[in-house]
Design a protein around this ligand. Structure first.
Ligand code: ATP
Ligand code: MG
Length: 298
C-alpha cells in the first residue's frame, strides 16, 4: 500500500470489523459477497476497499461500539452481546442482524443439585465477562448475587473455586459440557449486527455511501435465504402451482414445444423449501432444478 492509498483510506467512511476472532471469517465472506475486496486487514489497521468508497478498520470486537459511538468508525459489525454490555445505545444505531455469529448468554452451574432455578443462586458468586448484562439480569429479579468479572476462560471458574456459577456465551453448548456445566437459564441471545453512527447517517455524503453498502448487504443476505427453482409442469397444473409458489411477484411461465407443457421459474425461501418442493411434485411438477442465487436485488 502506498502513502497515497493510506491517505485515501484515511478519508473514506470506515467500517470496523473484528480483526481476528469468531466473527472475522464470516464478516469478510459477507463483505466479499457484497462485491467488496480489500486486503491487508490482518496486518494493517485500515485497508481501503479496492472497488468501493469504504475503508475497513480491523479492531478488537470490544472496541467496535466505542469506535462507532465516538466517530472513529462510521459503521461496525459486532455481536449484539457487546452492544448489550455497553448499555448506552444513544450514539449507536443498529441497522440489521446479519444471520451469523448466533450465540446465547447463559447461566450455568456445575453439577450442584441445590441449584435448579436462578433464584437458587441468591448469595452466590457468578463469574462472567459480561458484568453489566448479568448484573442487570439478577437486579431485575431481585436476586442478590456477587458478580466476579473475569476476562476469559470463564468455564473454569467454578472448578477453581472462584465462583459457584458462570454466565457465558455458548453456541452449541459443547464447551459447557466439556466443563461439566449445566445451563440454568438464558439471559440473552445474540448474532452479529451491522451498526452505524447517527452522525454518519445524518451526513449526506456518508449516508449515500452507507445506503449503497446496505443495499448490497441486503441483496447478499436475501440471496442466501432464497433458491431459484425451475420445473416443468403440465399446463393444466398451473393454477395449483401458482398457489404453491406465488414467487416474489408471480412465477415466470415459459411455453415448451409440447403445448400441453410449460416451464415454471420462481424463487423459494429456504425455510419453506422442502415443504414446497413436495407440494409441487404432488401438483404434477417434474424435472425440478434448484440453483443458489448469488445476489437478489429487490
Ligand atoms: P477480540 O480479540 O476481538 O476481543 P474475543 O475473544 O473477545 O475477540 P470471540 O471469542 O472472537 O471474541 O467472539 C466474538 C463474538 O462471536 C462474540 O462476541 C459473540 O457475539 C460471537 N460468538 C458466537 N459464538 C460464540 C461462542 N460460542 N462463544 C463466544 N462468542 C461467540
Ligand atoms: Mg473481545
Amino acid at each position: 500500500m502506498t502513502n497515497l492509498d493510506i491517505a485515501q483510506a484515511a478519508k473514506r467512511p470506515r467500517l470496523a470489523i473484528q480483526k481476528d476472532g469468531r466473527l472475522t471469517q464470516e464478516t469478510v465472506g459477507l463483505l466479499n459477497g457484497c462485491g467488496l475486496t480489500f486486503d491487508t486487514y490482518r496486518t494493517r489497521l485500515l485497508s481501503p476497499c479496492r472497488n468501493f468508497p469504504l475503508a475497513i478498520l480491523a479492531a478488537r470486537d470490544d472496541d467496535i461500539p466505542g469506535y462507532v459511538a465516538n466517530g472513529t468508525a462510521d459503521m461496525g459489525i459486532v455481536g449484539r452481546n457487546i452492544l448489550l454490555e455497553r448499555g448506552d445505545s444513544t450514539r449507536i444505531e443498529e441497522i440489521r442482524g446479519l444471520g451469523f455469529g448466533q450465540c446465547r448468554l447463559v447461566i450455568a452451574v456445575p453439577n450442584d443439585p441445590t441449584v435448579q432455578r436462578v433464584d437458587d443462586l441468591a448469595g452466590r458468586r457468578i463469574a462472567t465477562t459480561y458484568p453489566r448484562t448479568v448484573g442487570a439480569f439478577f437486579a431485575a429479579r431481585d436476586i442478590p448475587v456477587t458478580i466476579i468479572e473475569i476476562a476469559g476462560g470463564v468455564e473454569i471458574a467454578p472448578a477453581l473455586g472462584v465462583a459457584e456459577a458462570i454466565a457465558d456465551l455458548t453456541a452449541t453448548g459443547s464447551s459447557l459440557l466439556t466443563h461439566d456445566l449445566r445451563t440454568v437459564d438464558e439471559i440473552a441471545s445474540s448474532e452479529a449486527v451491522l451498526i452505524a453512527a447517527p452522525a454518519a447517517l445524518s451526513d449526506p455524503v456518508r449516508r449515500a455511501i452507507i445506503d449503497r453498502f446496505v443495499l448490497r448487504l441486503n441483496s447478499a443476505l436475501a440471496a442466501k435465504r432464497y433458491r431459484y427453482i425451475m420445473m416443468n409442469a403440465p399446463r393444466a397444473a398451473l393454477p395449483h402451482i401458482r398457489a404453491i409458489v406465488p414467487g416474489l411477484r408471480m412465477p415466470t411461465i415459459i411455453p415448451l414445444e409440447d403445448p400441453e407443457w410449460v416451464s415454471v421459474h420462481t424463487v423459494l425461501a429456504e425455510d419453506l423449501f422442502w415443504e414446497k418442493i413436495e407440494a409441487l411434485r404432488s401438483a404434477g411438477a417434474s424435472e425440478i432444478l434448484v440453483a443458489n442465487i448469488e445476489k437478489l436485488v429487490i
